[in-house]
Design a protein around this ligand. Structure first.
Ligand SMILES: Nc1ncnc2c1ncn2[C@@H]1O[C@H](COP(=O)(O)OP(=O)(O)OP(=O)(O)O)[C@@H](O)[C@H]1O
Ligand SMILES: [Mg+2]
Length: 150
């Protein structure tokens, strides 16, 4: 992905394709483009409002689109136990819409190797698209993903 616009555009495509129960698990360092991708997802689902990282609220709900989009940020919740205590499971496993999760690796409590290694993380009952964003330069990102589950 050579620009923020390209990352956004891929998000739009995915948002147009997404069905109920889909979870996008986003893994990538600060500034990798996770929120940028979610902005595209929201647009692809038909949401026209403002999209920003829910760092303080834990989850933002964007509801005016074709399906609700739940935007979760696990930056401050570093263990699966903390995530459970925060009551986020309904968003992470078979959501009643589409969920995008920033800092998805916190769910497994493991930082996976760049190629994915042996850790595919927990598997939700719906479809999980596990997305890795790597920063190559100021404007370039390498995105890889795998689909897990139904
Ligand atoms: N190819 C690219 N794709 C996405 N973002 C890019 C790209 N090139 C440059 N950028 C810039 O990188 C930044 C990505 O910010 P963004 O908030 O999406 O990252 P993030 O992964 O959500 O970070 P955080 O961990 O802080 O939430 C933006 O300023 C964006 O303009
Ligand atoms: Mg972000």
């Amino acid at each position: 992905l050579h620009s923020p616009a390209e990352t956004y555009g891929l998000g739009v495509e995915w948002g147009e394709q997404a069905g109920p129960g889909w979870v996008f698990g986003l893994i990538g360092e600060l500034g990798a483009g996770k929120t940028q991708l979610v902005k595209g997802l929201a647009e692809g689902l038909g949401f026209t409002g403002r999209v920003h990282s829910p760092t303080f609220a834990l989850v933002n709900e964007y509801r005016q689109g074709r399906l609700p989009l739940f935007h979760v940020d696990l930056y401050r919740l570093e263990t699966p136990e903390a995530i459970q205590r925060a009551g986020l499971e309904e968003y992470l496993f078979s959501p009643a819409g589409v969920t995008a999760v920033e800092w998805f690796e916190h769910l497994a409590g493991l930082v996976p190797a760049p190629q994915g290694g042996n850790d595919s993380g927990p598997i939700p009952r719906g479809r999980l698209r596990r997305v890795l964003l790597e920063t190559l330069s100021e404007t370039e990102r390498r995105l890889s993903y795998e689909d897990i589950g139904a």
